[in-house]
Design a protein around this ligand. Structure first.
Ligand code: SF4
Ligand code: SF4
Length: 541
């Protein structure tokens, strides 16, 4: 249903002059079906951040009980548990400063981290940089905590990370400024909206990591943060679309979109009947679009029609503006539309295909023998062309050659089993099937990194630049902190999780790609065996 339109039934009634009758009869129908106690219980059950009363004249046409009777099993309410129903959550949601205050705090933190890393690491040797990345606050925070936490949060709670992202705030400020001064702007082109620049920027980031070690050099990491802020600012000034940076430029966009699909924690409507009867549609209304707080969806989504991976960044503005408090966030049933498994979009599938290579590279790096075996190909290639630095051969191997070899194998096997299916369909289906396992393998590396780096946190508090700590570690006057959890234990846990998710993925594939089930399951089984074998080396490391 389009934003601002009435449901078809209401429109017809309005046309035939029965709208008035409906408006008069609906409240009485509601009151007849509800005792005072049940009406009070219903009011107390409301999750509206503004709480009761429901605005006069806006009362939904049907009670949830009536819905259940009218559509047995068809329109079950999605939530098993709604976090926004708790009193503390309601109190937080009522604050105009939520989530803005968190974004401002995150912005201040990122600015401090950027300044801290500026000019550091430019003269250190390659060996020293391996230690400095953990002793400097900037590299420790960005690569040791921020990035891994983003993966973990995506898997557990979708794009909740985006709620506090300072880049969205910068993009929004630029957007508001451009609108206020009448700055001429353009529309985002189709390929930008399709996420291809997001993918390209992610690959560029991987190349910068592999070729220039920006993840080890605090100064380069600061530069990266400045570039990201510049992109967020520039996107707001250049493009008319709200959240243009999140939609078309954020290098983490593909990762968040794919990994955030599988969690049962979703934003969804509490009662489909209330949205069907809602006339104001405040959550999508144009009049609410540019308010400071309680805005209609700034991502231009329909919150009452959530889909998996639809780009919702969990800003909770729709939950704030809904006059019935009909939006919640929490554990939703598997049949809810927000959890319905769908085919990956092409840029998401491209991300999964490439991710198999760089995640394998990261997983293998944890075990010395495995790492040497993994690098046999780039070593051989460098032997053939020694003028090109090994780092570039390494990137060529894990970003292109390895994914290419793996996915040609998967697509080829799928093609043998399902002959007439086009190659593009096979690859999309195979990536869709494989995505949850790739996500957990990526999380395995993130968990290992956090475990290994967490001990450095007290050290960066006293020495944020990390140079003194580096000196003490180099001269052995300070012992390097031990990992919090051993790699073998992390390996076992992740292996178990991968097997569990692989089993789930077997069934999810049927819902996501019923027409190319063979390809989806071939992709799923291949990456399960691939990452399972790599992770099996962790317990024996
Ligand atoms: S979420 Fe709220 S504002 Fe949006 S359609 Fe449903 S009841 Fe109306
Ligand atoms: S659907 Fe709601 S939470 Fe998601 S982006 Fe739109 S307003 Fe924010």
């Amino acid at each position: 249903m389009k934003a601002g339109r009435k449901p078809a039934g209401q429109k017809d009634l309005a046309r035939s002059g029965q709208a008035t009758i409906q408006e008069q009869t609906v409240p009485s129908a509601v009151s007849q079906s509800m005792t005072p106690d049940s009406a009070r219980a219903r009011r107390e059950d409301s999750d509206s951040p503004d709480a009761d009363p429901i605005p006069p004249g806006r009362k939904p046409a049907r009670t949830p009980q009536e819905d259940d009777r009218r559509e047995p099993g068809g329109a079950r309410r999605p939530f098993l548990w709604n976090l926004l129903g708790s009193r503390p959550a309601k109190a937080i949601l009522r604050q105009p400063a939520f989530p803005l205050a968190l974004q401002v705090a995150a912005l201040a933190g990122i600015v401090a981290v950027t300044i801290n890393g500026w000019g550091i690491g430019l003269t250190e040797s390659t060996d020293d940089l391996m230690t400095l990345r953990k002793t400097n606050l900037t590299t420790l925070f960005v690569w040791g905590f921020w990035w891994p936490a983003m993966i973990a949060v995506a898997l557990l709670a979708g794009r909740l990370w985006c709620s506090v992202c300072p880049m969205e705030l910068v993009n929004r400020l630029a957007d508001a400024l451009a609108r206020r001064i009448g700055w001429p702007r353009t529309k985002m082109t189709g390929w930008l909206k399709a996420g291809w620049l997001i993918m390209a920027l992610y690959v560029v980031l991987q190349l910068l990591v592999a070729g220039f070690s920006i993840h080890r050099m605090p100064h380069y990491t600061s530069n990266l943060l400045i570039v990201l802020f510049g992109l967020a600012l520039g996107a707001g000034l250049v493009f008319r679309e709200p959240r243009s940076f999140c939609k078309g430029l954020c290098p983490a966009g593909a990762l968040l979109s794919v990994y955030g699909r599988y969690t049962p924690l979703q934003l969804d409507i509490r009662d489909p009947g209330v949205c069907e009867s809602c006339r104001s549609k405040d959550c999508v209304a144009q009049k609410n679009r540019y308010r400071f707080d309680k805005r209609s969806c700034p991502s231009l989504l329909q919150p009452f029609n959530r889909q998996q991976s639809d780009g919702c960044v969990l800003c909770f503005q729709c939950a704030k503006v809904c006059p019935y408090g009909n939006l919640g966030f929490g554990l939703v049933r598997r049949e809810a539309s927000s959890r319905r498994h769908r085919l990956l979009r092409p840029f998401e599938a491209a991300f999964v295909l490439i991710a198999t290579g760089f995640v394998a590279h990261e997983v293998a790096a944890e075990v010395k023998g495995l790492d040497e075996t993994f690098h046999a190909v780039p070593s051989a290639l460098q032997g053939l062309a020694p003028l090109i630095d090994f780092a570039w051969w390494e990137a060529f191997w894990f970003l292109l050659l390895l994914p290419l070899a793996l996915w040609i194998l998967v697509a080829g096997a799928s093609r043998l089993l399902a002959r007439r299916t086009p190659w593009k369909t096979l690859l999309l289906a195979a990536a869709t099937g494989a995505a949850p396992v790739v996500a957990v393998a990526h999380f395995a590396k993130a968990a290992a990194k956090v475990s290994a780096w967490l001990g450095f946190l007290p050290l960066v508090v006293t020495d944020p630049a990390g140079l003194e700590t580096l000196q003490r570690l180099s001269t052995h006057t300070l012992q390097a902190p031990s990992p919090l959890v051993g790699l073998p234990l992390i390996g076992w846990i992740m292996l178990f999780w991968i097997l569990l998710l692989s089993r789930q993925g077997w069934f999810w594939s049927r819902q996501a790609v019923p027409d190319s089930l063979t390809a989806a399951r071939t992709g799923l089984v291949t990456v399960t065996v691939f990452f399972g074998t790599l992770l099996l080396s962790w317990p024996w490391s």
